[in-house]
Design a protein around this ligand. Structure first.
Ligand code: DLL
Length: 441
């Protein structure tokens, strides 16, 4: 069904396999992608120079801009007619980044997602409710085919239409739900509004990712939905969901599918590797991809890796939860803060619900940031729906102190009444320019 053997290879066997595949990949791109041939030549490296895994450092990095500059198919190693499917990510500006898959690539992707779902408790014959968006985004279809490969009955509900999601969860009785963590929170709240108890559904496991979320958010979702929640990581440029997955046994770091992807962690400023366990930017090289093999792709995601064995028995390298994207790091009076750190602090304040946005007023060397966060219903009633109430001021002081203690920054907090902060149906938007604040009135 899925390749358990690969998940428990000894380190030596794994490294032999990785080296062989790395050499093949280097040859594939050198011979078929002019962009890489030029870059290899500039670095004075040829595929035959890759004699050990450490030699990967001789190879050039790839960044998102390289995909954009070669839009749409310029980095493909196969004629587009020989591929089977195309996905794309919209990005914030300019052209989307386009990625392609051969039949073999799709097979590998299915397998790693099937492995991932199995690691989280999914079983053949069980029902999986897939609320990741279908379409060019890799979340929906990526999970879909992996789930089918595992033998799960797959409900392709996609994101949105929350009331219908709730009806189908009640009627079909799935055991696994897959969605962004922010959208799951949205579903939970809607259930509660409808007078239902989210803990009473048939759901047992959640597989959440595609956006940064904190350990505290995990606890919140697990408690409110009565499930075990696991983190799934991936990105379209490297493949899609399933590059790494937490196991339900340990819930402690994400197992990287390192038979298919080689990971490095670098200092984003010096581009030098950091020591094992230290945080840095994740960099991935695909080892088996055919349509769009990718060399040393700088993800922009901050995490660390560990080679320590996991209690579940898998031997793969594990990565930590992603702390955030380098682009999303705020520098507030000289202190670096990620939205996920602010989220962790907010979740400890009982008057709040974790719907928040960080509004950047001035994006120069120093960010001026205002936190917009929603208060919960109970608190809203206790202040008679009066947002000028003096308890709001007390709450503001309390949050300021909390953020000062836990994140070492001073951030002004503004409050929104329940339901007033934009709800996501996919990836939540946590950082907004002042002109883009999405408070609905
Ligand atoms: O988000 C693929 C995916 C779909 C992953 C469904 C997991 C579940 P992209 O749209 O290309 O692909 O966005 C990739 O999303 O570089 C990270 O910044 C972020 N991201 C993905 N998974 C996680 C996660 C999909 N578990 C970008 N934790 C990545 C934190 C994540 N950030």
């Amino acid at each position: 069904m899925f390749n358990e053997e690969m998940e428990t290879l000894s380190i030596g066997e794994k490294e032999n396999l990785q080296l062989k595949r790395l050499q093949q990949t280097a040859k594939l791109v050198y011979e078929n992608v002019p962009f890489y041939k030029n870059k290899f030549n500039t670095n004075h490296v040829e595929p035959k120079d890759i004699k050990s895994l450490g030699d990967i450092q001789k190879l050039p990095f790839t960044v998102k801009k390289d995909l954009r500059d070669n839009y749409p198919f310029g980095l493909f190693a196969k004629p587009v007619g020989e591929t089977k499917r195309i996905h794309a990510s919209s990005g914030t500006s300019g052209k989307p980044t386009v990625v392609g898959f051969t039949g073999n690539d799709l097979g590998v992707w299915q397998e790693i997602v099937a492995r991932a779902i199995a690691a989280c408790g999914g079983e053949p014959g069980g029902i999986l409710h897939n609320a990741y968006g279908y379409g060019l985004f890799t979340g929906g279809l990526g999970i879909h085919y992996g789930s089918e490969k595992l033998g799960m009955v797959t409900v392709p509900i996609s994101g949105g239409n929350t009331d219908r999601q709730i009806t189908l969860i009640e009627d079909f009785r799935p055991t696994v739900i897959t969605a962004t963590p922010s959208y799951v929170l949205n579903i939970i709240e809607q259930m509660e509004k409808m007078g239902k108890n989210p803990r009473e559904t048939s759901l047992k496991y959640g597989i959440f990712g595609a956006e940064t979320w904190s350990e505290e958010m995990r606890k919140t979702l697990e408690t409110r939905l009565g499930i075990k929640a696991m983190d799934i990581y991936g990105l379209s440029e490297v493949m899609g969901p399933g590059i790494a997955i937490e196991c339900k046994e340990a819930q402690d770091g994400l197992h990287i599918a390192d038979d298919h992807f080689l990971v490095e962690v670098i200092d984003p400023d010096t581009l030098e590797p950091v020591r094992e366990g230290e945080e840095g930017e994740l960099v991935f090289t695909s080892l088996t991809k055919e349509a769009l093999p990718i060399i040393r792709y700088r993800t922009g995601d901050i995490a660390s890796i560990s080679k320590d064995p996991c209690s579940c028995g898998r031997t793969s390298i594990r990565m930590s939860r992603v702390k955030g994207r380098i682009d999303d790091m705020l520098i507030i009076r000289g202190v670096n803060v990620f939205p996920s750190e602010i989220e962790s602090a907010l979740l400890e304040v009982p008057e709040l619900v974790p719907h928040y946005q960080l509004v950047i007023k001035n994006n120069g060397a120093m960010d001026q940031v205002t936190l917009k966060v929603e208060i919960n219903d109970q608190f809203y009633q206790s202040i008679n729906e009066n947002m000028e109430h003096e308890h709001i001021r007390f709450l503001s002081e309390k949050i300021c102190k909390k953020l000062k203690n836990s994140c070492l920054v001073t951030i002004d907090a503004e409050f929104a009444a329940p339901g007033k902060i934009h709800r996501s149906e996919g990836k939540a938007i946590r950082i907004v320019r002042e002109t883009e604040v999405s408070l609905s009135h």
